[in-house]
Design a protein around this ligand. Structure first.
Ligand code: ZN
Length: 367
Protein backbone atom coordinates (compact mmCIF):
# COMPACT_ATOMS: atom_id res chain seq x y z
CA UNK A 1 0.00 0.00 0.00
CA UNK A 2 2.98 2.29 0.27
CA UNK A 3 2.83 2.47 4.05
CA UNK A 4 6.51 2.90 4.78
CA UNK A 5 6.95 2.32 8.49
CA UNK A 6 4.92 -0.80 9.32
CA UNK A 7 6.71 -2.79 12.02
CA UNK A 8 5.96 -5.54 14.53
CA UNK A 9 7.61 -5.41 17.94
CA UNK A 10 8.97 -8.42 19.86
CA UNK A 11 5.56 -8.89 21.53
CA UNK A 12 3.61 -9.07 18.28
CA UNK A 13 2.15 -5.55 18.34
CA UNK A 14 2.04 -4.12 14.82
CA UNK A 15 2.12 -0.35 14.29
CA UNK A 16 2.03 1.63 11.05
CA UNK A 17 1.37 5.14 9.80
CA UNK A 18 -0.75 6.61 7.04
CA UNK A 19 1.04 9.93 6.53
CA UNK A 20 -0.83 13.23 6.79
CA UNK A 21 -2.16 14.89 3.65
CA UNK A 22 -3.53 18.03 5.28
CA UNK A 23 -2.02 21.48 4.89
CA UNK A 24 -3.54 22.62 8.18
CA UNK A 25 -1.24 22.87 11.16
CA UNK A 26 -2.18 21.22 14.43
CA UNK A 27 -4.43 18.41 13.22
CA UNK A 28 -4.08 15.77 15.95
CA UNK A 29 -2.77 12.30 15.18
CA UNK A 30 -5.55 9.74 15.63
CA UNK A 31 -5.31 5.96 15.74
CA UNK A 32 -7.31 2.88 14.80
CA UNK A 33 -6.79 -0.39 16.64
CA UNK A 34 -7.99 -3.98 16.20
CA UNK A 35 -6.90 -7.31 17.69
CA UNK A 36 -5.63 -10.24 15.64
CA UNK A 37 -6.16 -12.99 18.21
CA UNK A 38 -9.46 -14.87 18.40
CA UNK A 39 -11.33 -16.38 21.34
CA UNK A 40 -9.68 -19.47 22.87
CA UNK A 41 -13.16 -20.82 23.69
CA UNK A 42 -13.61 -22.24 20.18
CA UNK A 43 -11.21 -23.45 17.46
CA UNK A 44 -10.08 -20.55 15.30
CA UNK A 45 -7.81 -22.35 12.84
CA UNK A 46 -8.65 -23.97 9.49
CA UNK A 47 -11.55 -21.55 9.15
CA UNK A 48 -13.57 -21.98 5.97
CA UNK A 49 -15.42 -18.70 5.50
CA UNK A 50 -18.62 -18.81 3.47
CA UNK A 51 -20.29 -15.80 1.85
CA UNK A 52 -24.07 -16.20 1.73
CA UNK A 53 -24.99 -13.75 -1.03
CA UNK A 54 -28.13 -11.62 -0.89
CA UNK A 55 -29.47 -13.00 2.38
CA UNK A 56 -33.27 -13.27 2.20
CA UNK A 57 -34.10 -14.41 5.75
CA UNK A 58 -33.63 -18.12 5.05
CA UNK A 59 -32.00 -20.46 7.58
CA UNK A 60 -28.27 -20.56 6.96
CA UNK A 61 -27.19 -24.19 7.50
CA UNK A 62 -23.44 -24.44 8.01
CA UNK A 63 -22.25 -27.40 5.91
CA UNK A 64 -19.59 -28.98 8.15
CA UNK A 65 -22.05 -29.35 11.04
CA UNK A 66 -25.66 -29.25 9.87
CA UNK A 67 -26.78 -28.77 13.49
CA UNK A 68 -25.20 -25.32 13.28
CA UNK A 69 -28.00 -23.23 11.83
CA UNK A 70 -28.13 -19.42 11.83
CA UNK A 71 -31.81 -18.51 12.14
CA UNK A 72 -33.40 -15.11 11.80
CA UNK A 73 -35.74 -15.90 14.71
CA UNK A 74 -32.78 -16.41 17.09
CA UNK A 75 -30.74 -13.49 15.70
CA UNK A 76 -32.81 -10.28 15.52
CA UNK A 77 -29.90 -8.21 14.09
CA UNK A 78 -30.07 -10.35 10.92
CA UNK A 79 -33.34 -8.60 10.06
CA UNK A 80 -31.39 -5.42 9.34
CA UNK A 81 -29.20 -7.34 6.88
CA UNK A 82 -31.79 -8.68 4.45
CA UNK A 83 -30.43 -8.30 0.93
CA UNK A 84 -26.84 -8.13 2.18
CA UNK A 85 -24.02 -10.67 2.00
CA UNK A 86 -23.59 -12.60 5.26
CA UNK A 87 -20.24 -14.18 6.06
CA UNK A 88 -20.10 -17.22 8.38
CA UNK A 89 -17.68 -20.05 9.08
CA UNK A 90 -18.55 -23.63 8.06
CA UNK A 91 -19.95 -24.88 11.38
CA UNK A 92 -16.94 -26.27 13.26
CA UNK A 93 -14.93 -23.15 14.00
CA UNK A 94 -15.11 -19.50 14.81
CA UNK A 95 -15.34 -17.15 11.87
CA UNK A 96 -12.87 -14.93 13.72
CA UNK A 97 -14.73 -11.75 12.75
CA UNK A 98 -13.95 -10.82 16.37
CA UNK A 99 -11.72 -9.10 15.57
CA UNK A 100 -10.50 -9.84 12.06
CA UNK A 101 -13.45 -7.82 10.79
CA UNK A 102 -11.87 -4.84 12.56
CA UNK A 103 -8.46 -5.68 11.07
CA UNK A 104 -9.94 -5.93 7.56
CA UNK A 105 -11.85 -2.66 7.94
CA UNK A 106 -8.79 -0.74 9.11
CA UNK A 107 -6.74 -2.26 6.26
CA UNK A 108 -9.39 -1.26 3.72
CA UNK A 109 -9.58 2.27 5.10
CA UNK A 110 -5.77 2.60 5.02
CA UNK A 111 -5.71 1.37 1.43
CA UNK A 112 -8.41 3.88 0.50
CA UNK A 113 -6.64 6.79 2.18
CA UNK A 114 -3.30 5.88 0.58
CA UNK A 115 -4.98 5.79 -2.84
CA UNK A 116 -6.74 9.13 -2.29
CA UNK A 117 -4.17 11.71 -1.24
CA UNK A 118 -6.69 14.42 -2.17
CA UNK A 119 -8.60 13.56 1.04
CA UNK A 120 -7.19 15.92 3.67
CA UNK A 121 -6.43 14.32 7.02
CA UNK A 122 -3.82 14.36 9.76
CA UNK A 123 -1.43 11.54 10.64
CA UNK A 124 -3.32 8.26 11.05
CA UNK A 125 -1.73 5.60 13.22
CA UNK A 126 -2.71 1.94 12.99
CA UNK A 127 -2.12 -0.86 15.51
CA UNK A 128 -2.97 -4.55 15.49
CA UNK A 129 -2.53 -6.32 18.81
CA UNK A 130 -2.43 -9.91 20.13
CA UNK A 131 -3.84 -11.26 23.43
CA UNK A 132 -7.00 -9.16 23.67
CA UNK A 133 -9.13 -12.22 24.39
CA UNK A 134 -7.03 -13.13 27.43
CA UNK A 135 -7.18 -9.58 28.75
CA UNK A 136 -3.53 -8.78 27.99
CA UNK A 137 -3.86 -6.89 24.72
CA UNK A 138 -2.41 -3.66 26.07
CA UNK A 139 0.37 -5.03 28.30
CA UNK A 140 3.00 -4.46 25.60
CA UNK A 141 1.27 -1.54 23.88
CA UNK A 142 3.64 1.43 23.87
CA UNK A 143 1.29 4.42 24.02
CA UNK A 144 4.19 6.89 23.69
CA UNK A 145 5.55 5.18 20.59
CA UNK A 146 2.03 5.05 19.11
CA UNK A 147 2.01 8.81 19.54
CA UNK A 148 -1.69 9.49 18.94
CA UNK A 149 -3.92 12.00 20.70
CA UNK A 150 -6.74 9.45 20.79
CA UNK A 151 -7.70 6.18 19.12
CA UNK A 152 -10.68 4.04 18.22
CA UNK A 153 -10.91 0.27 18.52
CA UNK A 154 -12.94 -1.42 15.80
CA UNK A 155 -14.34 -4.32 17.78
CA UNK A 156 -18.05 -3.62 18.18
CA UNK A 157 -21.25 -5.16 16.92
CA UNK A 158 -24.19 -3.62 15.04
CA UNK A 159 -23.84 -0.75 12.57
CA UNK A 160 -23.85 2.71 14.12
CA UNK A 161 -22.70 1.53 17.54
CA UNK A 162 -20.36 3.72 19.54
CA UNK A 163 -19.20 2.55 22.96
CA UNK A 164 -17.78 5.09 25.39
CA UNK A 165 -18.32 3.29 28.68
CA UNK A 166 -17.68 -0.13 30.14
CA UNK A 167 -18.03 -1.82 33.50
CA UNK A 168 -15.86 -0.90 36.42
CA UNK A 169 -14.75 -4.23 37.78
CA UNK A 170 -13.34 -5.71 40.98
CA UNK A 171 -13.10 -9.26 42.22
CA UNK A 172 -13.74 -10.20 45.83
CA UNK A 173 -12.53 -13.34 47.58
CA UNK A 174 -14.45 -14.53 50.66
CA UNK A 175 -12.55 -17.13 52.66
CA UNK A 176 -14.74 -18.90 55.21
CA UNK A 177 -12.87 -20.60 58.02
CA UNK A 178 -14.55 -23.53 59.73
CA UNK A 179 -13.24 -26.32 61.94
CA UNK A 180 -12.67 -29.86 60.71
CA UNK A 181 -12.44 -33.01 62.80
CA UNK A 182 -13.24 -36.70 62.25
CA UNK A 183 -16.95 -36.83 61.36
CA UNK A 184 -17.48 -39.69 63.83
CA UNK A 185 -16.47 -37.45 66.69
CA UNK A 186 -17.72 -34.14 65.40
CA UNK A 187 -20.80 -33.42 67.46
CA UNK A 188 -20.77 -29.82 68.72
CA UNK A 189 -17.21 -29.44 67.43
CA UNK A 190 -17.20 -29.44 63.62
CA UNK A 191 -17.94 -26.19 61.77
CA UNK A 192 -18.35 -27.03 58.07
CA UNK A 193 -17.00 -24.10 56.02
CA UNK A 194 -18.67 -25.53 52.89
CA UNK A 195 -22.09 -25.04 54.50
CA UNK A 196 -21.22 -21.56 55.72
CA UNK A 197 -20.18 -20.60 52.18
CA UNK A 198 -23.34 -22.19 50.75
CA UNK A 199 -25.45 -20.18 53.18
CA UNK A 200 -23.62 -17.02 52.08
CA UNK A 201 -24.26 -17.82 48.40
CA UNK A 202 -28.00 -18.25 48.96
CA UNK A 203 -28.09 -14.79 50.56
CA UNK A 204 -26.76 -13.03 47.43
CA UNK A 205 -29.54 -10.84 45.98
CA UNK A 206 -31.02 -12.82 43.08
CA UNK A 207 -31.90 -9.67 41.17
CA UNK A 208 -28.24 -8.60 40.98
CA UNK A 209 -26.78 -11.47 38.95
CA UNK A 210 -25.56 -11.68 35.34
CA UNK A 211 -28.55 -13.86 34.50
CA UNK A 212 -31.05 -11.27 35.80
CA UNK A 213 -29.52 -7.96 34.66
CA UNK A 214 -28.88 -6.01 31.45
CA UNK A 215 -27.86 -2.60 30.08
CA UNK A 216 -26.74 -0.34 32.96
CA UNK A 217 -27.49 -2.79 35.79
CA UNK A 218 -24.53 -4.11 37.76
CA UNK A 219 -24.12 -7.48 39.43
CA UNK A 220 -22.23 -9.77 41.81
CA UNK A 221 -21.23 -13.05 40.18
CA UNK A 222 -19.74 -15.97 42.13
CA UNK A 223 -17.62 -17.89 39.62
CA UNK A 224 -15.14 -20.08 41.54
CA UNK A 225 -15.64 -22.03 44.77
CA UNK A 226 -12.76 -23.91 46.37
CA UNK A 227 -14.51 -26.02 48.97
CA UNK A 228 -13.11 -27.89 51.99
CA UNK A 229 -14.68 -28.50 55.38
CA UNK A 230 -11.90 -26.59 57.12
CA UNK A 231 -11.82 -23.68 54.72
CA UNK A 232 -13.88 -22.66 51.69
CA UNK A 233 -13.19 -19.70 49.47
CA UNK A 234 -15.64 -18.07 47.07
CA UNK A 235 -14.53 -15.74 44.29
CA UNK A 236 -17.06 -13.15 43.18
CA UNK A 237 -16.90 -10.73 40.24
CA UNK A 238 -18.33 -7.30 41.08
CA UNK A 239 -19.50 -5.13 38.19
CA UNK A 240 -21.09 -1.68 37.92
CA UNK A 241 -20.84 1.32 35.61
CA UNK A 242 -20.48 3.68 38.56
CA UNK A 243 -17.57 3.42 40.96
CA UNK A 244 -19.58 4.56 44.00
CA UNK A 245 -22.20 1.93 43.30
CA UNK A 246 -19.41 -0.63 42.84
CA UNK A 247 -18.12 0.22 46.33
CA UNK A 248 -21.66 0.07 47.69
CA UNK A 249 -22.09 -3.45 46.29
CA UNK A 250 -18.84 -4.46 47.94
CA UNK A 251 -19.93 -3.05 51.31
CA UNK A 252 -23.24 -4.89 51.11
CA UNK A 253 -21.52 -8.20 50.28
CA UNK A 254 -19.09 -7.62 53.11
CA UNK A 255 -22.03 -7.15 55.51
CA UNK A 256 -23.79 -10.27 54.13
CA UNK A 257 -20.68 -12.38 54.71
CA UNK A 258 -20.33 -11.14 58.28
CA UNK A 259 -24.04 -11.73 58.97
CA UNK A 260 -23.60 -15.26 57.63
CA UNK A 261 -20.70 -16.18 59.90
CA UNK A 262 -22.58 -14.64 62.86
CA UNK A 263 -25.24 -17.32 62.27
CA UNK A 264 -22.59 -20.08 62.30
CA UNK A 265 -20.79 -19.91 65.66
CA UNK A 266 -17.15 -20.89 65.39
CA UNK A 267 -16.82 -19.73 61.78
CA UNK A 268 -14.99 -16.66 60.53
CA UNK A 269 -14.52 -14.87 57.23
CA UNK A 270 -11.70 -12.90 55.65
CA UNK A 271 -12.40 -10.74 52.60
CA UNK A 272 -10.04 -9.34 49.98
CA UNK A 273 -10.88 -6.99 47.11
CA UNK A 274 -8.82 -6.84 43.93
CA UNK A 275 -9.23 -4.04 41.40
CA UNK A 276 -9.67 -5.34 37.83
CA UNK A 277 -10.50 -2.45 35.48
CA UNK A 278 -12.38 0.84 35.39
CA UNK A 279 -15.03 2.55 33.27
CA UNK A 280 -13.32 4.50 30.47
CA UNK A 281 -16.12 7.10 30.65
CA UNK A 282 -14.07 8.65 33.46
CA UNK A 283 -11.28 9.45 30.96
CA UNK A 284 -13.45 10.09 27.89
CA UNK A 285 -15.58 12.72 29.57
CA UNK A 286 -12.43 14.80 30.01
CA UNK A 287 -11.96 14.63 26.21
CA UNK A 288 -15.54 14.98 24.92
CA UNK A 289 -14.41 15.74 21.36
CA UNK A 290 -13.12 12.15 20.97
CA UNK A 291 -16.62 10.67 21.14
CA UNK A 292 -18.24 13.73 19.50
CA UNK A 293 -16.13 13.36 16.37
CA UNK A 294 -17.05 9.68 16.18
CA UNK A 295 -20.71 10.56 16.50
CA UNK A 296 -20.42 13.06 13.67
CA UNK A 297 -18.54 10.64 11.43
CA UNK A 298 -21.17 7.93 11.95
CA UNK A 299 -23.98 10.38 11.18
CA UNK A 300 -22.22 11.67 8.06
CA UNK A 301 -22.20 8.15 6.64
CA UNK A 302 -25.99 8.14 7.01
CA UNK A 303 -26.18 5.83 10.01
CA UNK A 304 -27.98 6.34 13.27
CA UNK A 305 -25.61 6.56 16.25
CA UNK A 306 -26.28 3.92 18.86
CA UNK A 307 -24.57 4.53 22.19
CA UNK A 308 -24.21 1.29 24.11
CA UNK A 309 -22.47 0.47 27.39
CA UNK A 310 -20.01 -2.43 27.24
CA UNK A 311 -20.97 -5.03 29.86
CA UNK A 312 -17.38 -6.13 30.23
CA UNK A 313 -13.89 -4.79 29.77
CA UNK A 314 -12.19 -3.55 26.64
CA UNK A 315 -8.65 -2.82 25.54
CA UNK A 316 -9.86 0.72 24.92
CA UNK A 317 -10.56 1.10 28.65
CA UNK A 318 -7.01 0.09 29.52
CA UNK A 319 -5.61 2.37 26.83
CA UNK A 320 -7.77 5.27 28.03
CA UNK A 321 -6.29 5.00 31.51
CA UNK A 322 -2.81 4.67 29.96
CA UNK A 323 -3.30 8.13 28.41
CA UNK A 324 -4.82 7.23 25.04
CA UNK A 325 -8.59 7.94 25.08
CA UNK A 326 -10.04 5.03 23.05
CA UNK A 327 -13.77 4.46 22.54
CA UNK A 328 -15.00 1.45 20.55
CA UNK A 329 -16.67 1.56 17.13
CA UNK A 330 -18.87 -1.06 15.49
CA UNK A 331 -17.14 -3.61 13.27
CA UNK A 332 -20.28 -5.60 12.39
CA UNK A 333 -19.41 -8.65 14.50
CA UNK A 334 -22.23 -10.82 15.85
CA UNK A 335 -22.37 -13.98 17.98
CA UNK A 336 -18.91 -13.40 19.40
CA UNK A 337 -16.99 -16.53 20.47
CA UNK A 338 -19.50 -18.85 18.77
CA UNK A 339 -19.51 -21.21 15.80
CA UNK A 340 -22.50 -19.14 14.64
CA UNK A 341 -20.38 -16.00 14.40
CA UNK A 342 -21.39 -13.83 11.44
CA UNK A 343 -20.80 -10.46 9.85
CA UNK A 344 -22.47 -8.57 7.00
CA UNK A 345 -20.02 -7.56 4.25
CA UNK A 346 -22.01 -4.35 3.81
CA UNK A 347 -21.68 -3.52 7.52
CA UNK A 348 -17.94 -3.92 7.06
CA UNK A 349 -18.10 -1.40 4.19
CA UNK A 350 -20.00 0.96 6.52
CA UNK A 351 -17.30 0.64 9.16
CA UNK A 352 -14.65 1.49 6.54
CA UNK A 353 -16.66 4.58 5.57
CA UNK A 354 -16.84 5.66 9.22
CA UNK A 355 -13.05 5.36 9.61
CA UNK A 356 -12.44 7.49 6.50
CA UNK A 357 -15.06 10.03 7.58
CA UNK A 358 -13.54 10.23 11.06
CA UNK A 359 -10.16 11.15 9.55
CA UNK A 360 -11.88 13.94 7.58
CA UNK A 361 -13.85 15.20 10.57
CA UNK A 362 -10.75 15.53 12.74
CA UNK A 363 -9.14 17.57 9.97
CA UNK A 364 -12.12 19.81 9.31
CA UNK A 365 -12.90 20.57 12.94
CA UNK A 366 -9.36 21.52 13.91
CA UNK A 367 -8.97 25.27 14.08
ZN1 ZN B 1 -12.94 -8.55 20.16
Amino acid sequence: MGVADASVNEHGVLMATVPATTSRPGVPTIGFIAHVDTSPEMPGDNVKPIVHRQYDGRDLVLPDDPSSVLRLADNPPLAACIGEDIVTASGLTLLGADDKAGVAEIMAAAEYLMAHPEIAHGVVRIAFTPDEEIGRGTVHFDVTHFGAYCAYTLDGSSRGELEVENFSADSMTFTFQGFNTHPGFAKKRMVNAIKVAADFLTRLPSGEAPETTEEYEGFAHPFVVDARVDRTSVKVLIRDFDEDRLRDRERRLDALAHATVADHPGSAVTITVEEQYRNMREVLQRHPEVADRARQAIERTGLEVRLKPIRGGTDGAWLSFMGLPTPNLFAGEHNFHSRLEWVSAQDMDRAVAVIVELCKVWNELTH
